[in-house]
Design a protein around this ligand. Structure first.
Ligand code: SF4
Length: 268
C-alpha cells in the first residue's frame, strides 16, 4: 500500500511477533491492503480499520490497540526508523519478555501514545533496587509502584505491568520497553552489588495537586474541601472528572491537562 499524504491512516499494533506475523498472514489471505511497519504493526486506511480489526479478531488474534498515523506530522524518517527497529532477542535470565497489551492515543495530547504492557514474571523484588538505580524515581512500596520520567515520557512500573504515557510513537514505545527489559535484567544480575532502597518517595503530594485545583471548596465533588479532594485523588479514591469546574471553566484547562497527564501514569 502506498501512503497518500492527504488521507488518514491508523496504525494497528500487535502484542508480540507471533501475533503480528499471524495478523499479516491473515490480512494477505483476505486481500487486505496494508503497509508493513515491522512484524509488530501495520498501517491501514482509517475508514477500513474497524473492519480489519473485526476480521483479525474473528481469527482469534490479540490486537494491542491502534492510533492515528499522522503522516503529515511525522518526521519523514518514520519508516526508516521502523525498518531499523529490530525486536529485542535478548533472552533475559530474570525477565523473559514484556507483552504489549494496550495502545491508545494520550488523553491530553493525541499526537502521543500511551500503553500498558505485562511482564512475564513478577518484578516486585527488583523494584527497591531499581529505586536505587533510576535517579529521580518516585517509589511507593505500598503499591508497589515506581514512577519516573524520561524526557516528556512518564513511566510507571508495577509488580506485573508497566504503563507509559506520552511516548512519541510506536517505535519509541518498543525501544523503551526493550530498554526497560534490559535494565530490569541487568539490575537483577547485579543486585548483590546494589543497596536496595525501600524508602517510599512519592514526589507528587496532595498539596501540589491542591495547587492545580480551582480552590473554591464548592463541594460539587462531594468532598468538604479541595484539599480533601486532592488527598483522595492521590489515593485513587476520587476521579478527576468529579471536579466539574476543572472541565467546565476554560481557565482551568491547562491545569486539567497537566493532571490528566500525571494521572495517566499514577492512576491507570
Ligand atoms: S469540585 Fe473541585 S473546586 Fe469544588 S470542592 Fe471539589 S475539588 Fe474543589
Amino acid at each position: 500500500m502506498e501512503i497518500d499524504k492527504n488521507k488518514n491512516y491508523e496504525i494497528i499494533v500487535f502484542a508480540n511477533q507471533d501475533e503480528g506475523m499471524k495478523a499479516q498472514r491473515i490480512l494477505l489471505a483476505n486481500n487486505v491492503d496494508f503497509k508493513h511497519i515491522s512484524t509488530l504493526a501495520v498501517v491501514v486506511p482509517e475508514e477500513e480499520q474497524l473492519e480489519i480489526c473485526r476480521v483479525l479478531a474473528g481469527e482469534g488474534l490479540i490486537i494491542s490497540g491502534f492510533y492515528n498515523f499522522l503522516y503529515r506530522d511525522y518526521e519523514e524518517d518514520f519508516f526508516r526508523r521502523a525498518q531499523d527497529y529490530k525486536p529485542s532477542t535478548n533472552e533475559g535470565k530474570f525477565l523473559k519478555s514484556i507483552t504489549l497489551c494496550y495502545v491508545a492515543p494520550c488523553i491530553a495530547d493525541e499526537t502521543k501514545i500511551r500503553l500498558i504492557a505485562y511482564f512475564s514474571s513478577d518484578i516486585s523484588e527488583i523494584l527497591p533496587y531499581l529505586n536505587t538505580v533510576i535517579k529521580g524515581a518516585s517509589y511507593n512500596k505500598n503499591g508497589p509502584t515506581l514512577t519516573y520520567t524520561k524526557g516528556r515520557k512518564i513511566i510507571n512500573l508495577y509488580n506485573i505491568k508497566i504503563a507509559i504515557a506520552k511516548a512519541d510513537d510506536i517505535i519509541d514505545a518498543w525501544n523503551i520497553l526493550d530498554e526497560i527489559k534490559d535494565l530490569i535484567n541487568e539490575t537483577h544480575k547485579n543486585k548483590d552489588t546494589i543497596t536496595p532502597n525501600n524508602e517510599a518517595k512519592v514526589k507528587i503530594t496532595a498539596l501540589q495537586i491542591y495547587g492545580w485545583l480551582p480552590k473554591t471548596n464548592c463541594k460539587l465533588c462531594q468532598e468538604a474541601t479541595c484539599l480533601a479532594f486532592a488527598a483522595k485523588l492521590l489515593l485513587g479514591e476520587q476521579k478527576l472528572q468529579n471536579c466539574s469546574l476543572l472541565f467546565s471553566d476554560p481557565k482551568f484547562s491547562e491545569n486539567r491537562k497537566l493532571m490528566e497527564e500525571i494521572g495517566e501514569a499514577l492512576w491507570f
